[in-house]
Write a protein that binds this ligand. Structure first.
Ligand SMILES: Nc1ncnc2c1ncn2[C@@H]1O[C@H](COP(=O)(O)OP(=O)(O)OP(=O)(O)O)[C@@H](O)[C@H]1O
Ligand SMILES: [Mg+2]
Length: 353
């Protein structure tokens, strides 16, 4: 049972605040993801937890015990790296055994633990092989076995799947998730792939410039982004600037893109500038059933197999995207008028800066 408490953690490199006063609590058994664009500090934070990067100020505790001054090998963490970090001239078994040898575990025990770890990642019998005989996905499994074999309290993953092709990535992320749940381990998972983060996490922290923008469950972070940055980083969205006009007791009416949008709740005072996030899947073709309506014109239609993506123009020329499921047949040509209905509760508004 290991929970992780991070308090006011900071690390600078010259003028760059790579990790800037971050505080977080990660519960036992959680798969907690650090998500954010390149350079936002994900790897630095993970390496501080692992003990590979020194803490400048702040603290890291496992179950209320400070660990930030312990050497890496005494922190009870197993780490899986993006580039696997497999020794090419050693067998698979020797690679997996590495952490156990370093901890002076007796030889007989090493063998049985290595076999068990390889079995867990579905590589039974691969021990005697050389790493160059393995595929990318198999190598990544060896790296996971090597992290698991020491039976760490905390598993740390730094973009473990980013060297794999798209299909293997989606398969492997399920394996990672199932393994973590089966073993009941606390895990911190770094990725800049928003779909991967949404698919496997219990909670996600979105990072930007070394700071946390939002920590929440995947559903909440997608549906209720607290900042425009989070709304844009998670999934694709249409950002439409506007001016709040009036609150009618239930909805706020916003003048935007040469038309009007209706947003649930009192989102801003009349006259205030706002930024609306309208998800492509929140817009439906046709006047629907009682929702709000906006008029647009078709610009371009993309057929994507299970769905279509429509590009449309709002009255002032603003381009928006609409996702329509394949079942909703639509074969209009460019210029065709589109009535788009939506639920005012599905539009998120942010103060325009
Ligand atoms: N050892 C270092 N020396 C100097 N600057 C560093 C060092 N490590 C990281 N940085 C800087 O700190 C910032 C955060 O880097 P970090 O590697 O943590 O980002 P990241 O979120 O993991 O990015 P990516 O998605 O590209 O892996 C970057 O500006 C980076 O250049
Ligand atoms: Mg990184």
């Amino acid at each position: 049972m290991t929970s992780i408490r991070i308090e006011n953690l900071t690390r600078t490199f010259g003028a760059v605040r790579a990790v800037d006063d971050i505080s977080l609590v990660i519960e036992h058994g959680e798969l907690f993801t650090l998500l954010g664009p390149s350079g936002c500090g994900k790897t630095t934070l993970l390496r501080m937890i692992a003990g590979f990067v020194d803490v400048e100020s702040g603290s890291i505790s496992f179950n209320d015990q400070r660990i930030d001054r312990l050497p890496a090998h005494r922190r009870d963490t197993g780490m899986v790296f993006q580039n696997y970090a497999i020794f090419p001239n050693h067998t698979v078994a020797e690679n997996v055994a590495y952490g156990l040898k370093a901890r002076k575990v007796p030889l007989a025990e090493i063998q049985s633990r290595v076999d068990k770890a390889l079995e867990r990642v579905r590589l039974e019998g691969y021990g005697p092989r050389s790493p160059h005989q393995l595929s990318g996905g198999q190598l990544q499994r060896v790296a996971i076995a090597r992290a698991l074999v020491i039976e760490p309290a905390v598993l740390l993953f730094d973009e473990p799947l980013s060297n794999l092709d798209a299909q293997l990535r989606t398969e492997m992320r399920i394996e990672v998730r199932q393994l973590q749940q089966a073993l009941g381990l606390t895990a911190i998972y770094v990725t800049h792939d928003q779909e991967e983060a949404l698919a496997i996490s219990d909670r996600i922290a979105v990072l930007r410039h070394g700071k946390i923008e939002q920590v929440d469950t995947p559903e909440r972070i997608y549906r209720m982004p607290q900042t425009a940055f989070v709304a844009e980083f998670l999934g694709s969205t249409n950002m439409v600037p506007g001016i709040a006009r009036a609150f009618d007791g239930r909805d706020t009416h916003v003048a935007a893109a040469g038309t009007e949008f209706t947003v649930r709740g009192e989102i801003a005072r009349p006259g205030a500038s706002v930024l609306l996030s309208v998800r492509p899947e929140a817009l439906r073709l046709g006047d629907g059933s009682g929702g709000a309506l906006v008029q647009a014109r078709l610009a371009l239609r993309e057929f994507l197999g299970p769905m279509q993506r429509l590009h449309a123009t709002l009255p002032d020329g603003t381009q928006i995207r609409i996702s329509a499921l394949g079942g909703q047949v639509f074969d209009g040509s460019p210029g065709a008028p589109l009535a788009l209905s939506y639920d005012p509760a599905q539009i998120t508004a942010f103060p325009a800066s």
